[in-house]
Design a protein around this ligand. Sequence first.
Ligand SMILES: [Zn+2]
Length: 884
Amino acid sequence: MKTEKNILIPDGTDLDRIPLPASENWKFIDELKKERPRYFAWTRRKAIPGEADFSRGCVLTGHFPDLEGRLDTALEDWKKFQHEAGLPESGPYKIILRQGDAGPYDSFRLTVSTDECILTAGDREGIRRGIFYLENLLLASDGPFLKIRDIRRDAWLKNRISRCFFGPIKRPPMNRDELLDDVDYYPDAYLNRLAHEGINGLWLTVEFKDLCRTEFTPDAAPDAEKRLAKLRHTADQCLRYGIRTFLFMIEPRAWDPEDPILKKYPELGGAVCADGTIAFCPSSETAQQYLYQSTRSIFSRVPQLGGIINISIGERNTTCLSSLSWDVKNHLSGHKMQCPRCRKHPVGEAIFKSVSAMTRGMREVSTEAEFICWYYMSTPAEMVDDFYTLTRLPEGATLLVNFESGGKKTQCGRELTGGDYWLSYVGPSTRFERMMNAVPEGIGRGAKLQVGCSHELATVPYIPVPGLLYRKYREMRRLNVTTAMQCWYFGNYPGLMNQAAGMLAFEDFSVGEEDFLKRLAAPYWRKHAGELTAIWQQASDAYGNYPFSNFIQYYGPFHDGVVWPLYPFRRYLPLSPTWRIDHPVSGDTIGECLSDLPLEHAEILSGKLYEQWHQAAVRANSLRSDYADAPEQLSELDLINALDILFASAHNIFRFYLLRSENRGFTPEMRAIMEQEIRHSEQMIKLCLKDSRLGFHSEAENYKFFPEKLEARIAFLKEMLAAPLPERPAMIHDISNQWFQADQYKWQMGNTGWSVKIHVVVSNIYRVDQMFAAIQGRPETPPVVIGITKNNDLIGSADGTSIKAVDHGDHWEAEFEIPWKNILLCNGTFRFALVRLFIRQNICEYAPYPNDPGGAVFRLRIGYHLPQYMMVFKADPAFIKDNQ
Ligand SMILES: [Zn+2]
């Protein structure tokens, strides 16, 4: 059975014992339920010639077909606007709604003349956009007057899909499902804000097994009724604001080999995936019926849904295509389809068949509903050519691809390649562009990106860098993208960045970034719009220095450096995944976040980012006195300050460990950094008390930092300054060249002079075996993490490392060879490496040496590496001498 021992031991710190804030204390939820006051700074009382005058009051008239009353919320909002602005409800000025041709999707025209303003749109949603646009124009003015003119706003981006900021993620560790509880995740004021920001779709997670009953699965989904009822309610609630609900799913799921449904209908199973699951084979009539009936069963109960966003390939195993390796580096076993049915057809047919059947079930109920097929190919490594042939989808479907994955950027003279989710990198990646260019006529093009923030730093509501969004959306328009999935679990808090994205959906990009930013700033900052534009541009340029490495996103100090302990001497403690809170606070093995770039570069880049951001922050703070009575604006300025601290902390942490790696003891500069970090935590406490959004990570479903934890960090740093923990003695077991023997396997390490070799022999009694090895030089250098299945499929990859598995029938063996230069450890007289080896047989896991407690703590892309349990491998000094 799978071991569930907690082997992550916090080291002398109370940081992990501080209880997390309970959800009833997440104050931002109360704020999202409240109407947001508008800030009018009208200083002028008289219209000038050539202006329309709203000051004597206005009426909204005209008929617009809206049987379901879905425009009511927008009309109501206009009334409130008029009321807040002090504009009389009856008055001479007329705002006339009119149906007419105004362009694609929710485009609209606004003809402002002396006595009336005509708002023309082809559909209801165009009217909604027009009303909100008019409100913003007036907010940006210095009085209730508008210049007489014709305005035309053409939408090019049809779908702007976001997600509830605090909705449960339906994933471990909490596995909460928003369709099963009684919480209202979509309060009116929140939806109204999203609607104002141009959001017209929200996604939420579902699984077939929870919702669908088919003739093949008559007893499935016992809670379906409860879930469907809440889904219906949610969809109705959102539609009142012109927002459609999309079901996010990863279907059809691969099967557990023991699943009784698979046993009964073996044709539903196809190729075997690397982890032992059986891919769903869409090629049989049974499979087609199952898929069709599944989506039909949902949509027939909730026909008002907007559609489906489905990861058809790339995350979790789905159809037979999941059994293939798509990234060039992992391409050891070739690209041969093992499924006897799918093997007979072109490679993309499996996706076409599964998507077609699901689309049929959906469209039979709702012709408007859309199928958005997402290829979540997130790894930096290049895709095999076959990937670009997966473009055959049913007519009207949309192909959604990660906008940045595979993108390249040169930093510190090194070319780096990024995986998913980048705001600091504009993109698109060549992968995205090549895929979009391959999309045939009749299929929509979609971009998956992060509007508010990404895995780079997701503990703030958003990063105020709208200039970067401008550059991204310009590229999206160039490539005829019509759907944007604007966020993952995070990156969706209402405010500046959502607002920018909503405006960009109507931008023709003819007048440039600066002009756009001024228009974005005008309704909120009026006379300072130009100054804000300059601040945002400086912030965008600063953020472009974020180190272009997914490891830094996933394990680095940017999200919550303000609660990181600092260890003056090596303790070999692991880093925590930035999107989780079920791991201890990050330790000192800084190398774990440095796979792609050396610590020196991380230090330089974070330093540049901080210095440039700090200048923007200084500039922003000079505006404070003008907004003393405008809380929204003040919190915008404070957000810039919070980021200033987070960037400073991240830089300090890299600098601290860079200094430590020089091995000169606890130097005065290291002490000074600790003192400064105490001040950063103190400053952050003040900001957290003012703004409950700070520290909250939507994917972690709780706070990564909060006042009590910041206090504990301060106490820890003070302790360390007074009495630093000494270097933790390494677990020295000289394991060179001996065989280690266990029940099911034996292994040995050897040295070729230029490389380390690991040889493992495993008895072949299970269908699926995997082998992992991790080698790390020092805590400040990146670990080399590699894995392989007994079928010779590489799991993860490391440049320059060779790895091979051979199946001999009664046993199989694997050989790893890792060049010493990749391990980066050589102290002059002898070389050594720290090693952890991990075997996963079927679902049993072993860590095969003395003193290792075993246990499966898996970290994304770091695998089973755990620095505190590594063994020391020494090479013979005489041998090294001869081979140098
Ligand atoms: Zn198949």
